[in-house]
Design a protein around this ligand. Structure first.
Ligand SMILES: *Cc1c(COP(=O)(O)O)cnc(C)c1O
Length: 357
């Protein structure tokens, strides 16, 4: 696609990926590794695809700085299936209980599924205030099987900038901020993320798990839902989502080549600052999330004067901006500025916001 036709895509997911990755992925669909075959028609057991899976698993560990206590899996079913796999694999069959932080619709979805398996205690919730902040000051009793949190709340634009110190395995849904900022990933025992927000196309779900937390529930786990089986099969228990795994690998290679997480974090902070500064400066707008909990990935904001809605909507659409509407549950606007979003596109949005001053 020629440059002028390319939209500025602020969609929350599936979302923008680096342009170079789109081109490489398109090439591989037509001819993979010069084999005269498409990536989509070769066996997932072929040498060329096994190499893709091996490298995809390895690069995740390199980027997260994790040692061999951890395993990396590319599964299917999205983050939503992880809501189920987690308690199946981590909550004890007899008297199982887990602590969850309720920070939004996705966290609530995880809670709903976990309740099928045992006791779920909500240690903190911001539901009463429309999930506009991250609860703090809670404690997690060491008697829980695990603690679950959601690092970035895609719909509301809130993000955990600190994680609690807990004496139980810490599980985190990082679907919408995975690889966006440096974290001590070794503090987590299980991390999961649907690929389609910041890593690749829909289809693959990344699971990073510390092996020693598994095998303790005494449950009879169905094969596909058993992390230990996937580990044993090196993430090839059944046919993996080959296109999503390959394109995720391309995105992660692009990230590594361009300075890794530290470099992209710097850009993400600059982009977020640019946009939040305008929201705070311009009396036509107000931010949705509590300032200290603002997300670097999803910037949600509202118009202070609804009569300007038509003017603003026309202005951003005319500027070639797409995907700016807020989630239906909170309305307003949401600019998703994931890793691949260029700062020039954020500047364009800011210019449009200034123009309705
Ligand atoms: C999008 C999203 C989900 C749902 O992901 P699926 O892969 O569609 O199941 C879960 N959690 C968070 C934080 C999300 O942003």
């Amino acid at each position: 696609m020629i440059e002028q036709q390319r939209k500025h895509n602020f969609s929350a997911g599936p979302s923008i990926l680096p342009q170079e990755v789109f081109r490489q992925a398109a090439d591989a669909v037509l001819d993979f590794n010069g084999m005269g075959l498409s990536l989509l028609e070769i066996s997932h057991r072929s040498k060329d695809f096994v190499a893709v899976m091996d490298e995809a698993r390895a690069i995740v560990k390199r980027l997260m700085n994790l040692n061999d206590d951890y395993e990396v899996l590319f599964l299917q079913g999205g983050a939503s299936l992880q809501f189920v796999m987690l308690p199946f694999n981590l909550m004890k069959k007899e008297g199982g209980k887990a602590a969850y932080l309720d920070t939004g619709v996705w966290a609530a979805g995880a809670i709903k599924e976990a309740k099928r398996f045992g006791t779920v205690d909500i240690v903190g919730s911001s539901k009463e205030e429309n999930y506009s902040f991250i609860p703090k000051g809670y404690t997690v009793d060491p008697s829980y099987d695990y603690f679950h949190c959601t690092s970035n709340n895609t719909i509301y634009g809130t993000q955990m900038h600190e994680f609690p110190k807990v004496d139980v395995p810490m599980v985190c849904d990082m679907s919408s901020d995975i690889f966006s900022e440096e974290r001590d990933y070794s503090r987590f025992d299980l991390i999961y993320a649907g690929a389609q927000k910041n890593m690749g196309p829909a289809g693959a779900t990344l699971v990073v798990v510390k092996k020693d937390i598994l095998g303790k529930t005494n449950r009879d786990i169905p094969s596909y839902l058993d992390y230990q089986l996937h580990i044993k099969k090196e993430s090839m228990f059944n046919t993996p989502p080959v296109f999503s795994v390959y394109t995720s690998l391309l995105t992660l290679q692009y990230l590594e080549k361009n300075g890794g997480i530290a470099a992209v974090e710097k850009q993400n902070k600059a982009k977020a600052k640019l946009l939040y500064d305008e929201i705070d400066r311009n009396p036509n707008f107000e931010g949705f999330a509590k300032k200290e909990d603002r997300s670097l990935m999803n910037v949600s904001f509202l118009l202070t004067d609804e009569s300007k809605k038509e003017r603003f909507d026309n202005a951003w659409k005319e500027a070639g901006i797409s995907g700016l509407n807020g989630h239906r549950t909170i309305g307003g606007y949401r600019a998703s500025i994931y890793n691949a979003m260029p700062i020039e596109s954020v500047q364009l949005l800011v210019d449009v916001m200034k123009s309705i001053d």
